[in-house]
Design a protein around this ligand. Structure first.
Ligand code: FAD
Length: 459
């Protein structure tokens, strides 16, 4: 739907979360003349990127009453995508001449650099003044045509407030998904989820099984090789005969999934190999979790599908009063946060209209039908991937009259994922797409987002 030129509605909007999604949502909402309050239970902006050496007392995070630690970042973490493609459209994630030595100029920088970038972004656009830190949202529910938010501050004081609209940006890398392993109940070793992994030291001289071989599994297993005796990766996607010694370390093996865990401490893989293991690290991902949300059962999370949601953002029967920014994955996340936020802001102001509830529901059901016909499990509903994400982001950009995402950005994402999968031990330091870096910087220069292209980029 093309944006209209009619006068805009200015609404009172609550944003839950001041991470990469909530910050840009707040900026776009304010740009569209809405009044915005951002709630964050943490003490600073950045969400997931606010590293803490603390982890949760329950190493698998199974206890619903546990004290939640938000961040899942481990100490050695560097980005898994090149920085040029990670930043927001008008605030590139580039090393800047004014940055001091504490900053990390590498193409795949450490997590501190991402946090520093988000702090710079918040400062540049004066976003911090909109955030109520140390304030947890404990209830969101409709009250008439408006929305009630109940929050609790760090002194335990609760407060109810009414908003015209709520934008949910609470992140989805905090509530772990734990692998079901036959026999695990009697297996005597130590288990932990990657959410609670920070440093390899506690695994010194141990035999460790890492379940999962995507970004975190691959990183953490390599982090462990420096101190552990042996590291064995169990990968669900690998054929049952798989047994490989992986490059980059002399104590790292790749297996298919675990067949069974035994009382004597051994782990049997589907390839028949048996190891006597001390610990299992579950790098098995996370689940969407909205403990504060009461929609009388309208919005559900079933097998990690949040729905029903039109284009992963608006629940048809409740739109546009409540929206979700940041659910899809395997995409250019910061770019998607920004585009979704612009769309939400423009819909709320009336500059862009949504289809009827029936049409939104039809579209959502068509997405589910396609997913089922392709044999994808429900939990992949919000997984975009390199091809679908181009169409998805273009569709949103079209709604709000924004240009499509730059080609170099999509190409960096695609190449980045290929390198991550094919050279997991070296993808952050060896690449063959220098031409895309140059293209990105030329683009930033053309748009006057930087004042010069650093000489090392031009070679
Ligand atoms: P978050 O950053 O998690 O922020 C959510 C915020 O909501 C938090 O500040 C939290 O305190 C707040 N909150 C939650 N619940 C409440 C509540 N009830 N009340 C008040 N506040 C609340 N992406 C990339 O683009 N590049 C990468 O290299 C990359 N690496 C990653 C590595 C790991 C290990 C993980 C887990 C993810 C990685 N990601 C990466 C994805 C990352 O999640 C996104 O980049 C992005 O930072 C997520 O932002 P967000 O705002 O959606 O969520």
């Amino acid at each position: 739907m093309a944006p209209s030129c009619s006068p805009v509605n200015s609404l009172h909007v609550a944003v839950i979360g001041a991470g990469a999604a909530g910050l840009v949502a707040a900026r776009e909402l304010r740009r569209e003349s809405h009044s915005v309050v951002v709630f964050d239970r943490g003490t600073e902006v950045g969400g997931l990127w606010v590293y803490t050496p603390q982890s949760e007392p329950d190493p698998l995070s199974l206890d619903p009453a546990r004290t939640v630690v938000h961040s899942s970042v481990y100490d050695s973490l560097r980005t898994n995508l090149p920085r040029e493609c990670m930043g927001y459209s008008d605030f590139p994630f580039v090393p800047r001449p004014e940055h001091d030595e504490s900053r990390d100029p590498r193409r795949y920088p450490n997590h501190r650099e991402v946090l520093a970038y988000l702090r710079d972004f918040a400062r540049e656009f004066k976003l911090v003044e909109m955030v109520r830190f140390g304030t947890e949202v404990v209830l969101v529910e409709q009250e008439g045509r408006k929305w009630k938010i109940r929050s609790r501050n760090s002194d335990g004081v609760s407060r109810d407030e009414i908003f015209d609209s709520v934008v949910v940006c609470n992140g989805h890398y905090t509530e772990p998904r734990v692998a079901q392993v036959p026999g695990i109940d009697v297996w005597p070793g130590k288990q932990l989820h990657s959410h609670n992994y920070r440093v390899p030291d506690p695994f010194k001289d141990k035999v460790v099984v890492v379940i999962g071989n995507f970004a975190s599994g691959s990183d953490i297993s390599r982090d462990l090789t420096g101190v552990a005796k042996e590291v064995h990766i169990a990968a669900r996607s690998k054929p049952s005969e798989t047994y490989e010694k992986l490059p980059g370390a002399n104590n790292l093996w790749l297996h298919p999934m675990i067949e069974t865990a035994r009382k004597d401490g051994s782990i049997v893989f589907k390839n028949g190999k048996v190891v006597q293991a001390d610990a299992i690290v579950h790098c098995t991902g996370y689940i969407y979790h909205f403990p504060f949300l009461n929609t009388n059962g309208y919005i559900t999370v079933e097998d990690n599908c949040v729905g029903p949601l039109y284009k992963h953002v608006f629940p048809p029967a409740l739109a546009p009063g409540i929206s979700f920014v940041g659910l899809p994955w395997m995409t250019l996340l910061f770019t998607m946060f920004e585009l979704q936020s612009k769309w939400v802001a423009a819909v709320l102001s009336g500059r862009v209209t949504l289809p009827s509830q029936e049409k939104m529901m039809e579209d959502t059901n068509a997405l589910y039908a396609k997913r089922d016909a392709n044999g994808f499990p429900k939990r992949y509903t919000h997984r975009l991937g390199v091809v679908a994400q181009v169409d998805y982001l273009k569709w949103i950009a079209d709604q709000i009259g924004e240009p499509p995402v730059e080609q170099w950005r999509n190409q960096e994402l695609e190449g980045g994922y290929v390198r991550l999968a094919t050279q997991p031990d070296s993808f952050r330091d060896k690449w063959d797409d220098d031409h895309l870096i140059v293209e990105a910087y030329e683009d930033f220069l053309r748009q006057k987002l930087i004042s010069a292209i650093p000489s090392q980029i031009l070679g």
